[in-house]
Design a protein around this ligand. Structure first.
Ligand code: FAQ
Length: 335
């Protein structure tokens, strides 16, 4: 919408009066253009005017998402040296590298909102920003790698496919590629679990044990129930989020039940049952005390994850310095 876009562009027009009344009229005009663009399903782009709270919400969510991708490398990387075959090792290394790539797209998307990667990493390292609760659980056996692929990547896709239609352009576009890669991750996890489930009795038990441990934390990934979700309503009005936490959680359960049957594994929930009237599976209560406890830092691996992240950052300082020196030298040579 060309007219709305013209009003949306941030900044003061040349010669525009700095009078407070003129400035507040201009802001009202920009707010209207922003609201119209969101209502018309247009994309908001980095140089467009946007409300401060919209920008802050995006930075919060994108940063948390980016941090989840890079912290999420740790649980699976734990198994790279112990993968049971060269094929599995090569697949796992590629997957973990993909997660690093997702982190990069997302930090770049956050940079378009005026926040530097250094600032966001500093907030992660000092505990001022979050990452997904799911990555505070340990990977105890090789089957956990399959369970993460099937359930954690599966939950991530369910949550992220609607984000491809997020109102903020750079985030939505990053999600398109992320979702394609996550879809491959989900399938490799499923295939790996299937091989274990159809293997020896001990392998089948290992796969079942992994699913038993990862099922409930995967459901928690979608965030608190709708009546306790502080941001959902506003984020849905802004079309950052397209569905509520509970809607996406239900969609995920509905997808997983038949897949678990095909895998020959059971989901650890005695209340799981098809509800003809609702057209969905009913499922048992989620332990929200555990969820909030993990968010407070009391999960089984919170300390380990953040300590490892800080160490990796410190040990990588020379790489960043060398890359910056190279870029500066290259820039001078070009000039
Ligand atoms: N963990 O009001 P809401 C992946 C916080 S990527 C930790 O409902 P919102 C790929 C929330 O921040 C996984 N904190 O919040 C992969 C807020 O606290 P705040 C990450 C959580 O933002 C696979 C408070 O609770 N995906 O797995 C969680 O509207 C395998 C109230 O909650 C994304 O980040 C949680 N699970 O909805 C990588 C997707 N849930 O900030 C490696 C994008 C909620 O006020 C290996 N994010 N909180 O202090 C989103 O869609 C949303 O941010 C939600 C939360 C749905 C996660």
């Amino acid at each position: 919408m060309a007219t709305a876009a013209a009003h949306r562009t941030a900044g003061t027009e040349p010669g525009e009066a700095a009078h407070p009344a003129a400035s507040s009229a201009r802001t009202a005009e920009q707010q209207t253009a922003f609201d119209e663009a969101v209502a018309a399903d247009e994309r908001i782009e980095p140089r467009d005017w946007m409300p401060d709270a919209y920008r802050a919400t995006l930075v919060r969510q994108i940063a948390q998402h980016a941090h989840s991708e890079i912290i999420g490398m740790q649980p699976e990387a734990n198994w790279i040296t112990r993968a049971p075959s060269l094929r599995r090792k090569a697949i796992l290394m590629a997957k973990v590298q993909d997660e690093a790539g997702h982190g990069l797209y997302l930090y770049s998307a956050a940079e378009t909102l005026g926040t530097s990667r250094e600032e966001l990493l500093d907030k992660l390292h000092s505990g001022r920003q979050k990452y997904s609760s799911i990555f505070n659980y340990p990977t105890l056996t090789w089957a956990d790698v399959g369970a993460i692929g099937w359930l954690v990547d599966g939950a991530a896709i369910t949550n992220q496919v609607p984000l491809c239609r997020c109102s903020y352009g750079p985030y939505a576009r990053a999600m398109v590629r992320v979702c394609k890669e996550e879809s491959f991750h989900q399938r490799q996890g499923y295939e790996s679990l299937l091989a274990l489930s159809r293997g020896t009795e001990a392998q089948h038990e290992m796969a079942q044990d992994a699913v038993d441990r990862w099922w409930w934390p995967s459901l928690m990934m979608f965030g608190p129930p709708d009546d306790e979700s502080s941001h959902s309503e506003q984020s849905m009005t802004w079309k950052i989020k397209r569905h509520s936490n509970d809607e996406l959680r239900q969609r995920f359960v509905d997808i997983c039940v038949p897949q678990a049957e095909s895998l020959g594994l059971t989901l650890p929930d005695p209340d799981l049952a098809w509800n003809e009237a609702r057209g969905h599976y009913d499922f048992g209560p989620i332990d929200w005390t555990e969820f909030w406890d993990v968010l407070k830092g009391n999960g089984p691996c919170n300390d380990q994850r953040i300590t490892q992240r800080r160490r990796a950052h410190e040990e990588g300082a020379w790489v960043r310095e060398a890359a910056a020196a190279h870029a500066a030298k290259h820039g001078k040579a070009t000039a």
